[in-house]
Design a protein around this ligand. Structure first.
Ligand code: GLU
Length: 472
């Protein structure tokens, strides 16, 4: 049974790199009918916040990456960590170290001055035949892991290949601070062990932790999971992805009008491939996903590609769903979304044209607000040549059947009778009814609005143009 986990530290948002790690861990469990766990690594009490926990849970929910177990919170597992520390002390795989932070600083300075790598010198490490100094009275010790001194610690990373580290390179890691608090690497080890994790899929910023974690797992007699370290994600500009690149939090993509399925499809291809396939459903991804096709090199973010995917998914998304995603965006702008025209009808007409939900909201907004088309567009399109044909169209509007085909017929008839081309009337209609020069088929746009609104907007525009012409 495959068991994976996503183990974010709640110190900020769920960012795009974290979301990809979560997606890969989730998909790997799904692919193998395993279990996906969510673990909140909140032992850093200073940097962890409840808001960040909510941001992570909210981001996971938005993406639809459901966990099968958890969320587990490390802060709720302190008793367990302490018990394991006691067990290790008793077994001799950990020991008390009474060195003060000042002594440690001093030691490091000396080592640096001597051109050596700063490291703990093992002075409190028990060895056969070694006599330790008596514990200083009243001083609380830290607990250190008794790291093996000989040999190597090695693993076959499922992304990076074989990695070997000489144990001589590794310090005796502090696993509990003087106040008894267990440290980060130790909690991860106990959790991965207790939670029966078989595959640790995480960012390669953790590669340096892995040899330490493996050594502790082995000291505990635990089975060592397999590791897959994902390479980092670079921004569009090839630099390490950071706040400078705009969207950092997954929820920012929501704010910017991306659909979760577009973001997921995008993330799936960020460092993983299945031939040349670019567009696939989450379900398809789960069937295909494997660790063999993860690239060991860094993946570069490509906003154009994300936008392209988003436009693709917008076109395919159900109209009713899109309307419900657009509605709160309009409401947040203070737009009173009425029932006529129905938002669904607008979305149906416009979804092919929008790159994101905010653009769709822009397009829908003009149907609900008191519209004031730009003066320059009015001057450009409500010309002396256009006004008579517009006048006829307005005059004949009350009799036309209120549906696109009939309205289209009326537009054609009017321009023909005036010996004009279609745009001569279509453009003034577009500008007066939507404030924009580009719209879907103009008859469909006219038919969206109630007849009275069309009459009012057209007549007001025409009258303003006439009076402007009269005064000029
Ligand atoms: N809590 C770590 C982080 O947020 C992840 C630890 C792990 O996956 O082992 O980067």
């Amino acid at each position: 049974m495959i068991r994976t986990r996503f183990a974010p530290s709640p110190t900020g948002f769920l960012h795009i790199g974290g979301a990809r790690t979560a997606l890969f861990s989730w998909a790997y469990a799904r692919r193998h009918a395993g279990r996906f766990l969510l673990r909140i690594e909140d032992t850093d009490l200073v940097r962890s916040t409840p808001e960040a926990v909510q941001a992570i849970l909210g981001g996971m929910q938005w993406l639809g990456l459901e966990h099968d177990e958890g969320p587990f919170y490390q802060t709720q597992r302190m008793d367990r960590y302490r018990a394991v520390i006691e067990q290790m002390l008793a077994a001799g795989s950990a020991y008390h170290c009474y060195m003060t932070p000042e002594e440690l600083d001093h030691l490091r300075e000396e080592q640096r001055a001597a051109g050596a790598k700063p490291r703990y010198d093992g002075r409190w490490r028990p060895e056969p035949g070694k006599t330790l100094p008596p514990p200083p009275a009243g001083r609380a010790p830290v607990v250190r892991f008794r790291n093996p001194t000989a040999g190597v610690v090695a693993w076959d990373d499922l992304v990076k290949g074989r990695i070997e580290i000489a144990n001589a390179e590794l310090d005796d890691l502090v696993i509990a601070r003087a106040d008894g608090a267990p440290t980060y690497n130790f909690c991860v080890v106990v959790d991965d062990w207790d939670m029966g994790i078989t595959h640790v899929i995480r960012g390669d910023d953790h590669v340096n932790n892995t040899p330490r974690q493996i050594n502790i797992l082995q000291a505990l007699g635990a089975e060592v999971p397999l590791y897959a370290h994902l390479s980092m994600i670079l921004g569009d500009d090839g630099q390490k992805l950071s706040k400078r690149h705009g969207a950092v939090s997954v929820m920012q993509y929501d704010e910017q009008g991306y659909l979760p399925e577009a973001v997921l499809n995008y993330l799936a291809r960020l460092g993983w491939s299945h031939g040349d396939d670019e567009i696939f459903s989450l379900q398809q991804f789960c069937e295909w996903f494997d660790l063999d096709h993860i690239t060991a090199s860094a993946a570069q973010f490509n906003t154009d590609k994300l936008n392209w995917l988003n436009a693709h998914y917008l076109k395919r998304a159900g109209t009713a769903r899109l309307a419900e995603l657009v509605r709160p965006r309009l409401q947040a702008r203070g737009v009173n979304v009425g029932t006529i025209p129905s938002l669904t009808a607008i979305v149906d007409l416009y979804k092919e044209r929008a790159g994101n939900l905010n653009e769709l909201a822009d397009m829908a907004e003009v149907f609900y607000i008191d519209l004031h088309p730009k003066a320059e567009l009015l001057a450009k399109h409500l010309t002396a040549e256009a006004l008579p044909v517009l006048g006829e169209f307005i005059d004949r509007l009350p009799e036309v059947a209120w549906e696109a085909a009939a309205i289209g017929g009326l537009i054609k008839d009017c321009v023909t009778r005036h010996g004009l081309k279609m745009p001569r009337l279509a453009m003034p209609l577009r500008v007066l009814l939507t404030g924009l020069e580009q719209t879907p088929s103009v008859d469909a746009v006219v038919a969206l609005l109630p007849r009275a609104t069309v009459l009012r907007r057209l007549a007001a525009g025409r009258d303003a143009a006439l009076s402007a012409a009269g005064t000029s």
